[in-house]
Design a protein around this ligand. Structure first.
Ligand SMILES: [Zn+2]
Ligand SMILES: [Zn+2]
Ligand SMILES: [Zn+2]
Length: 471
């Protein structure tokens, strides 16, 4: 193969294949147009792991516009290099003309033609993120998923999500659980079968648990195992080490040498000795330590969790490919923090789906944090804000903090007072905890019944954006 950063070649089915030999930003390179290629083929043999991760992100059939849903294959002499990321490709092939590439691509094209999977434009909420994963799974003929991101037990969109977590493309697992829960509630998915029962840390819910045998007295794992010796003649039973004498075995009680196992002595059992406290015991105790939060537990106090396999229902498949699911789930999953752009998207989505009886109520806080505050305190404060206001749809921008609620139009006056008091109480409590944070300004912005959502957003964001004098 002649060397170049990329080239476009044509296979026997008249499909154009974009072959990439060296990392570059495909998405933002104007010389490569979306309609110039049908299949992506990445020759990653000479790339670093970092470049492979980035290239997979830039040519993502799930997120990039140019490569959207397009079959993607990799060439590598070392499949281990891909690891978990293999799930994000359609296969490994030695050349772009490989039968696997040709056949698998045609399967994907016919699935796309049959289902007419709709693209999601310009929406960056976490619901949109998960719907994209589901769309991709469906385009690959994969209609099932498991309810976990535990490595080795993931399938379907859960496996895609786990691979993206691994590639640092995504964040929270709480949102993953919420989304899967919504699929079930709305009848978009149903249980198929049981996969595995796992145990999780009761404190942080992680499944990364370390099991170790330990001393029942002091719980140290610094223990030795050795056989017990039973001397028939005098009935002495003690650990083998007490018999060692001059490189031979001699009974510590009657001082006779031992000769033949089964004739003058035997090994009835093994015994453990603790190197920390000296305790000797037959049965060890099992302790569990959480690799995520470090807490120690008894095996019996771990929380059991059943991993199930689910499958999309016909209604679910229809809702996912047509974007109905995006609107329905996005409407329900209103609460919690999103980055600022995603937060504004939530407001827009709300305005598209809400009825005449609902409107938006946003509180804008300008919070000043005193200069002498160190990074740890600042992080603590931000984390507490996330915790305290979890039941609002909220986001930060510069020193501003936006909290949005949905309220009924007719009783909005009274409800606004309730919301305002609730926020004030929470802020007062937080102020005692974090005296270095001051609320300098608190503004209420209610959306008028017929107000255009962009106009409402502009009103909310007034202090952040420069006023546009042309308006
Ligand atoms: Zn001990
Ligand atoms: Zn003896
Ligand atoms: Zn834990």
């Amino acid at each position: 193969m002649e060397y170049s950063i990329y080239k476009i070649i044509r296979n026997t089915n008249d499909r154009n294949i974009l072959v990439i030999n060296q990392y570059f930003d495909v998405e933002n390179s104007p010389e490569i147009q979306e309609d110039k290629f049908d299949i992506v083929y990445l020759n990653i043999s000479n790339m670093s792991n970092n470049e492979v991760g980035l290239l997979l992100e830039k040519t993502s059939p799930i997120f990039s516009t140019k490569c959207w849903m397009k079959p993607r294959f990799v060439q590598t002499s070392n499949t281990a290099q891909l690891g978990l990321l293999k799930i994000l490709t359609d296969g490994v092939a030695t050349t772009p003309f490989d039968e696997l590439v040709t056949q698998r691509s045609e399967d994907i094209f016919s699935q796309m033609d049959r289902l007419q999977i709709k693209q999601i434009a310009n929406v960056s909420t976490f619901v949109a993120f998960f719907i994209r994963l589901c769309k991709y799974s469906i385009s690959r003929g994969d209609y099932t998923y498991t309810s976990t991101i535990i490595p080795g037990l993931t399938e379907g969109h859960s496996a895609l999500y786990a691979a993206m977590l691994f590639n640092n493309e995504v964040g929270s697992r709480k949102e993953f659980l919420e989304f899967n829960q919504k699929l079930l509630e709305l009848g978009y998915a149903e249980p198929q079968d049981f996969v595995e029962r796992v145990h999780i840390c009761p404190q942080c819910k992680s499944s990364h648990l370390i099991y170790a045998e330990c001393c029942p007295k002091c719980e140290s794992s610094n223990i030795n195992e050795e056989p017990m010796l039973h001397h028939f003649r005098c009935a002495n039973i003690s650990p083998e080490s007490t018999y060692i004498y001059d490189d031979k075995l001699r009974c510590p009680k009657c001082r006779q040498y031992l000769h033949h196992i089964g004739v003058d002595y035997d090994r009835p059992t093994d015994v453990h000795t603790c190197n920390e406290c000296g305790h000797t015991f037959i049965h060890t105790k099992m302790k569990v330590r959480c690799a995520n939060c470090g807490s120690a537990h008894r095996p019996s106090s771990l929380q059991p969790m059943d991993v199930m396999r689910y499958k999309y229902t016909p209604e679910g498949i229809h809702a996912i490919i047509s974007n109905d699911a995006l609107i329905k789930i996005g409407k329900d999953l209103w609460f919690g923090y999103s980055n600022f752009e995603a937060y504004l998207q939530q407001l827009r989505l709300f305005s598209h789906t809400s009825t005449i009886n609902e409107t938006l109520y946003t509180i804008r806080l300008n919070i000043r944090i005193l200069d002498h505050i160190n990074e740890t305190e600042r992080i603590h404060f931000m984390r507490r804000m996330h915790e305290v206001f979890y039941d609002y749809n909220f986001s930060f921008k510069n020193s501003y903090f936006f909290l949005s609620s949905k309220i009924a139009t007719e009783e909005s006056g009274e409800l606004q007072q309730v919301i305002l008091r609730n926020i004030e109480n929470k802020l007062n409590a937080l102020q005692n905890e974090c005296p270095f944070a001051h609320v300098d300004e608190m503004a209420s912005i209610v959306r008028a019944a017929d107000e255009n959502i962009e106009k409402y957003i502009r009103r909310m964001c007034e202090p952040i954006y420069q006023p546009d004098t042309s308006l």
